[in-house]
Write a protein that binds this ligand. Structure first.
Ligand code: DQA
Length: 152
């Protein structure tokens, strides 16, 4: 009899101010709330056969600690580092210490915005990026990451 493979585990990390989604700069980020994004990812996780754990923090250190805790616990990370995308060597280093695949997502197309948003310190640590599709960036990112894990 074939042995059933263990469900891959994915940590979804939401950076600062993403707790305000739905009310924050809706012209840029859309009207979906963080709670609805988390629910949609959990539903999609069931379809894709992956286990989802979601984490949001406004604090750089807490995000670093969550990524450290994922070592040996989670198989992949889906992350929107929000403003820390452009500044955080600490989050980059934490991601470098994680051995599984990482997918970076953004609601907005950071390349169409202010110049300081064009650079991502996480870009080359990630397998790939999905950006510019609003809440759908997360959905596409989760599908991509689940695919990477399935073929690993
Ligand atoms: C963001 C883009 C960042 O530049 C910004 O600081 C955010 C959200 C996005 O999802 O589009 O907070 O990561």
């Amino acid at each position: 009899m074939a042995t059933r493979k263990k469900k891959p585990k994915i940590l979804v990390v939401h950076g600062p101010n993403l707790n305000l989604l739905g009310t924050r700069e809706t012209d840029v980020y859309g009207t979906a709330t963080l709670a609805s994004i988390v629910t949609d990812l959990e539903t999609l996780g069931v379809e894709l056969g992956v286990e989802i754990e979601s984490f949001q923090s406004n604090s750089e250190g807490e995000i670093v600690s969550a990524i450290q805790r994922a070592r040996g616990e989670q198989d992949g990370i889906l992350i929107n580092p929000a403003a820390y995308t452009h500044t955080s060597v600490a989050i980059r280093d934490a991601l470098l210490a994680f051995s599984g695949p990482i997918v970076e997502v953004h609601l907005s197309n950071i390349h169409r915005r202010e110049e300081f948003r064009h650079r991502s310190l996480m870009a080359d640590v990630a397998v790939g990026q999905v950006l510019g599709f609003g809440a759908a960036s997360y959905v596409l990112g989760l599908r991509a990451l689940a695919g990477v894990l399935a073929s690993a």
